[in-house]
Design a protein around this ligand. Structure first.
Ligand SMILES: *Cc1c(COP(=O)(O)O)cnc(C)c1O
Length: 425
């Protein structure tokens, strides 16, 4: 017999949640997404955004018409520059100009390309980061620093907040590059991108931001804040689909000073002349390597549209309201059953996800998904992460999710899920 929560009586405060939804200026944007199972409360949009309503049709056209009928001619007609066009479409979301952004490869690969290019340009090889950065970023930065004969300096934090003063101390004359996650993947701490960028510049370092957890939900001004380099995912809050290629930003005046360490034909000044030697082209195309995954670019296009339509400022406003509401409910409903907030209380330093710790985080996550029909994600060893995607997450969903979680604990339902093993958490 599957365990069921049974009828779910409206809990105190439900009317408040409904009123917040009615007053939400972004509520109609939920229609830009597909809800295959309307019962599921999806709070994992910071790992894999929901399916945009326009994506299946766009993919179908790309497969049947452009691939099926157009065959190779579709490269000329529409595919060759698609990643540049989408880069320009994404640019306003991050406060960048045309010709400063491309879509290409994965975030990890783009980070490698840009960090390596930065070290070569700087003629030094020390990289500074913090221990809140995503592990893949730490691996990439470490390997890039070592390959240039330098090292990665990882500044320690308190586990939640970015160690700003520790970073200031670590930036010295040998430092080529400061690279950080804008919003950190676990606690959701969000750096003052403008201030930290200036701090790096004063120390003579370039700065490379990973915006995977902030792009599309936290406004940023790459040009005004004189950011040098940035990368980030398109499959999280930008809803580009599983494994969709990442973005890569290079400030215009640096483009000609940087060289892509991976010499591929897509970055050649004349790719179809098929020269035996590499000659990089100008502009952002020089940061490409090889052939683009066109079908994934098509879904990136479908994912960007609702974000551009709503506007990042409005999205941020709702994001702050959602995280504040979630934290308020955590304090009132979950604190006395063992949950603690593992992220910042100050909205100015928070992204759009909230992390809670609990000793039983893993069985609770499984029970919440299987029995509660609420999807968060789990981050070892003891945190549950709730990604609140403003385009499709409602206040009533948050209210229901929190109360279902409490009900699971009260009835000890998670005890049944202790031994479960899962490949992806
Ligand atoms: C999600 C995420 C990545 C993922 O990188 P991939 O190369 O796409 O697997 C990298 N960095 C950060 C900070 C992330 O949040």
């Amino acid at each position: 017999m599957p365990i069921e929560l049974g009828p779910f009586p409206a809990k105190p405060g439900y009317d408040t949640a409904r009123a917040l939804d009615r007053a939400d200026p972004l509520r109609s944007h939920r229609d830009s997404f597909i809800f295959e199972d309307p019962e599921i409360i999806y709070l994992d949009g910071n790992s894999l955004g929901r399916l945009p309503s326009a994506a299946p049709e766009a993919l179908n056209t790309a497969v049947r018409d452009h691939w099926g009928r157009g065959l190779i001619s579709s490269w000329n007609e529409r595919w060759w520059d698609l990643q540049l066009e989408l880069g320009d479409a994404l640019a306003p979301i991050i406060g960048a100009g045309p010709g400063e952004v491309i879509i290409s490869d994965s975030t990890s690969v783009n980070l490698h390309k840009l960090a390596s290019a930065a070290l070569t340009r700087q003629g030094k090889a020390k990289i500074v980061t913090d221990d809140l950065n995503f592990p893949s970023d730490l691996y990439v930065l470490d390997s890039v620093a070592r390959a240039s004969g330098g090292s990665l300096h990882i500044v320690e934090s308190d586990g939640t907040h970015g160690p700003t003063s520790g970073l200031a101390d670590a930036l010295d004359g040998d430092t080529a590059l400061l690279s950080l996650s804008h919003t950190t993947f676990n606690s959701g701490f969000t750096y003052d991108m403008d201030g930290i960028t200036s701090m790096a510049h004063e120390a003579g370092a370039l700065v490379l931001w990973d915006c995977s957890h902030s792009v599309g939900v936290v406004p940023m001004q790459m040009d005004d804040w004189e950011v040098d380099l940035a990368v980030g995912c398109t499959y999280k809050y930008l809803n580009g689909g599983p494994g969709s290629p990442a973005f890569l930003f290079v400030r215009e005046r640096l483009q000609s000073e940087l060289t892509n360490p991976i010499h591929g034909w897509w970055a050649h000044e004349d790719p179809f002349a098929l020269h035996p030697t590499f000659q990089p082209t100008d502009g952002m195309r020089r940061f490409h390597v090889g052939t683009m995954p066109i079908l994934s670019l098509v879904t990136v296009e479908a994912g960007l549209a609702p974000v551009l339509e709503a506007g990042v400022e409005a999205i941020r406003e709702k994001s702050v309201a959602l995280t504040e509401y979630f934290i308020e409910l955590t304090d009132s409903t979950l604190a006395d059953v063992g949950f603690s907030l593992a992220g910042p209380r100050d909205a100015d330093t928070r992204g759009s996800h909230v992390s809670l710790t609990h000793v039983d985080a893993w069985p609770l996550t499984r029970a919440l998904i299987e029995v509660g029909k609420v999807v968060p994600d789990f981050r070892a060893p003891d945190s549950m992460r709730f990604g609140l995607a403003p385009l499709y997450t409602s206040f009533t969903e948050i209210h229901t999710a929190v109360h279902r979680l409490r009900q699971i604990i009260e009835r000890q339902i998670h005890e049944e899920f202790r031994g479960i093993v899962s490949k992806v958490t």
